[in-house]
Design a protein around this ligand. Structure first.
Ligand SMILES: CSCCC(=O)C(=O)COP(=O)(O)O
Ligand SMILES: [Zn+2]
Length: 329
């Protein structure tokens, strides 16, 4: 395992072993963590904790649970968790149900530098996408699944789009880019339009999101999101108000944007960023023929929303088989 971390042009070598049981070191370590002086940390300390709620322990156990749900089959998908300014990522191409804390990468979001990089592993290809959710939404965790239900709803929306385009296409900007969403305020609409015009990657956001209403489980999806222009350590994310408070009501319509897939996961960054800008209230983005990204303030919230969405996607597939409409308009 790598015993070093690189900061700027200098390389710091760390020794491990023995130190973990040393009380004085533990105290200094805690003070160092509290002061945010993470450069004094041994990379091994970043993943050594007896606390089951520590990201180094949570990521392996959650990935195992997600594997059993069919969310991270064949190494794809996963979860990243943020602890303050530190973000924890799983390795790429490794069976997600067998990940160990030692396999995890730790990125300092302020420095943009890895504090732990366990060669010869590589960080998950989802890393830049997870990173976007931390920087733009102040997320505490982000989940990526390859759930078959998520993939199937993107196919059905694609089919709807093809049928609509064949009938004469899209008339207005709203119709094209917002998929006919009518519940945005005038200010949000005009801001979205400005963002839409200025955002690279917008062309890969489908002209129609997945939309569904009148389902009890919709009440498990947040109504609004926090917006940040980058993770800043001295900004208290808990003080940033979400764009809309609370959760969707039974009478709201859930809308999840869909972006085109790319040959490489990391190339989804521009379109994911565009979808996040375009849909200011959304806590998820579907990737056509691929899966879904879902984030939340905490890993518990991200997992709960992901479960609700997966349930809704599965129900939507079954509804379509029965010719039951997803929305009333
Ligand atoms: C068969 S998985 C292809 C890549 C992918 O979709 C993904 O989610 C990234 O997986 P990684 O192993 O890099 O975490
Ligand atoms: Zn993927």
């Amino acid at each position: 395992m790598a015993e070093q971390a690189t900061r700027g042009s200098s390389t710091i070598n760390y020794k491990d072993g023995g130190m973990r049981d040393n009380k004085e070191y533990q105290t200094r370590l805690r003070q160092t963590l509290e002061a945010g002086e993470v450069e004094l940390l041994s990379p091994e300390m970043l993943i050594s904790s007896r606390d089951a709620e520590h990201p180094a322990n949570l990521i392996p156990s959650l990935c195992e649970a997600f594997y059993k749900l069919g969310w991270v089959t064949g190494t794809g998908g996963g979860i990243s968790i943020r602890k303050g300014a530190l973000a924890y990522f799983a390795p790429s191409g490794v069976q997600k149900e067998r990940i160990k804390p030692e396999d995890l990468f730790v990125l300092d979001l302020r420095l943009g530098t890895y504090l732990r990089y366990p060669l010869p592993l590589k960080p998950s290809q989802c890393t830049p996408l997870f990173h976007l959710s931390f920087m733009k939404r102040g997320a505490g965790a982000c989940i990526h699944t390859h759930s078959q239900w998520a993939v199937l709803v993107t196919l059905l929306v694609e089919q709807e789009l093809q049928q609509r385009t064949a009938k004469g296409g899209f008339a207005t900007w709203d119709d094209r880019s917002m998929g006919g969403i009518t519940d945005l305020t005038g200010a949000e609409r005009s801001l979205s339009k400005k963002r839409w015009d200025a955002t690279p990657g917008r062309d890969a956001v489908l002209h129609r999101p997945f939309r569904i209403s009148r389902l009890e489980q919709i009440k498990g999806i947040p109504a609004g999101q926090k917006h940040t222009d980058g993770y800043i350590d001295d900004v208290d994310l808990s003080k940033i108000e979400p764009s809309r408070p609370g959760y969707l009501s039974y009478y709201d319509t859930l809308a999840i944007p869909i972006i085109e897939n790319t040959a490489h996961e990391e190339d989804l960054s521009a379109s994911l960023a565009a979808a996040i800008e375009m849909y200011p209230h959304s806590s998820a983005v579907l990737v056509k023929r691929h899966g879904v990204y879902v984030w939340g303030e905490t890993w518990v919230k991200a997992k709960t929303v992901c479960e609700s969405l997966d349930y809704i996607f599965q129900l939507a597939i079954e509804m379509r088989k029965l010719n039951a409409p997803w929305t009333e308009d």
